[in-house]
Design a protein around this ligand. Structure first.
Ligand SMILES: Nc1ncnc2c1ncn2[C@@H]1O[C@H](COP(=O)(O)OP(=O)(O)OP(=O)(O)O)[C@@H](O)[C@H]1O
Ligand SMILES: O=C(O)[C@H](O)[C@@H](O)[C@H](O)[C@H](O)CO
Length: 178
């Protein structure tokens, strides 16, 4: 698969800004945006609302649903926590190679941003369980790590610089570039 057609997964713990960055990148590049949270079954959302962290079993079907949607939407920019390497492997198994943008930040900053958010089911009490579970991806050509202390515009610019000019062209994904 060419870099142009690759799925880009914006990952990290709750409150780190995945939705914000993935949506902004999608707007700038013209690529489709897939909101990972929208693929949770109702029982997962109910558990999180009730301050119960999801289990591997609860995440398995959700990751498979995201992978199926991404497979059907070449070049999509996906927001998905993808906290463990095994979860990312599950996404790769369904999608193929992916490019990761791993967002991270100080716990206090993430908690502050979550508390300021009024329109979201995720309670700040689950932040520590997510930080404990997080296995940051290994550095490499397929992964960018970004500290979210910077404003969104700066993060978008850094992501675009990392992804390269090819990220802007979506029309040649299925026809081999002709
Ligand atoms: N770079 C930034 N600077 C300042 N505020 C930000 C930044 N990125 C995101 N925010 C704000 O932080 C809050 C959390 O962002 P967002 O909802 O995008 O995170 P998320 O990782 O998708 O969270 P969740 O996984 O819990 O859905 C939002 O209120 C958002 O507006
Ligand atoms: O893996 C998980 O536990 C979930 O994906 C959570 O991360 C939430 O979906 C999200 O962070 C809250 O909006």
């Amino acid at each position: 698969m060419t870099a142009q057609g690759r799925t880009i997964v914006v990952m990290g713990t709750c409150g780190v800004g995945k939705t914000t960055l993935a949506a902004a990148l999608a707007r700038r590049t013209g690529r489709p945006f897939l909101e990972g949270d929208s693929f949770h079954p109702p029982q997962n959302v109910a558990a999180m609302r009730a301050q119960r962290p999801l289990t591997d079993e609860m995440r398995a079907g959700w990751l498979d649903a995201i992978a199926a949607a991404a497979r059907a939407t070449p070049g999509a920019i996906v927001s998905c926590s993808a906290l463990k390497e095994s979860y990312r492997d599950r996404l790769r198994a369904g999608i193929g190679p992916i490019t990761l943008i791993h967002l991270y930040g100080d716990r206090a900053l993430l908690a502050e941003r979550m508390l300021a958010r009024t329109d979201h089911f995720m309670p700040v009490s689950l932040l520590d369980s997510q930080l404990a579970l997080l296995e940051p991806p290994a550095p490499g050509p397929d992964c960018l790590h970004l500290d979210v202390a910077a404003p969104t515009g700066r993060l978008v610019d850094a992501a675009l610089a990392f992804l390269g000019a090819g990220v802007l062209s979506t029309h040649d994904m299925s026809d081999g570039g002709n």
